[in-house]
Design a protein around this ligand. Sequence first.
Ligand code: COA
Length: 260
Amino acid sequence: MTLQFLRVATHDGVAVVTIDRQDKGNALNAALIGELDCVFTGLATDASVRTVVLTGAGPKFFVAGADIAELDGASPAKLGATAAYGQAVFRRIETLGKPVIAAINGFALGGGLELALSCTFRYASSNAKLGLPEINLGIMPGYGGTQRLPRLVGRGPALEMVLTGDPIDANEACRLGLVNKVFEPDQLQDAATKIATKLASKAPVATRFILDAATRGQDLALGEGLALEAALFGLIGSTADTREGLKAFLEKRPARFTGA
Ligand code: COA
């Protein structure tokens, strides 16, 4: 697929995916969602990629939301299908099996915040503004915002954001746990790449199992989640990386993980 709105650069096991539709605030039109689908499908099985950084081009916008021009005049059936497809693509990102770090370099509104919410965790620049302003358009979040935001920051703070539509700044987002860390704008990309490179050096199967346990566990009762964790803990013992990690510690040397 020829990419019109995404740039992908891979280095040292880290793929940096940049959303580049700057004349429209990097807004998510149907073509861009399709490109995300295609790119993340490829990243899932690309063994040379261990972690992903997702960011927006330019100094002002991460993503300003779903493309409002495309929503205008759409039938209920079309709106429902658009939401379902976007949700499936974002779910693919959430369940990629590799960490995906959102580097929020500016406005992350509506579908932009929902995209960031489907990532593993988020770093933000100090000028970022995060919000779900759909209510002000007479619509509601459709790419998972009503589900993932309350799970991440709690029902009260989430519903205040969704029902007022008011954006919050990066420091408030950090206080709520919506973003993990805040950086000066010119330091955000380096910080995100640095943490992604660190995560890329870890044992890939252990990383995948941790993500799987935490993501699936969110929908399970505690007993079932613990059973899942124990099953994966047993399974991981069959990997060469587990033997290497344990042996390296005992031999007082750094481990060399291969993904086997
Ligand atoms: N969909 C489509 N186009 C969008 C967009 C969106 N969600 N967000 C911004 N754009 C476009 C603008 O229409 C403008 O295009 P134009 O120059 O052809 O008119 C361009 O991106 C730049 O945005 P602009 O509004 O001029 O920038 P600003 O600095 O004045 O305001 C925002 C920035 C983020 C406050 C403002 O763009 C905004 O409110 N966007 C919509 C946010 C939203 O409601 N998202 C949820 C959508 S469901």
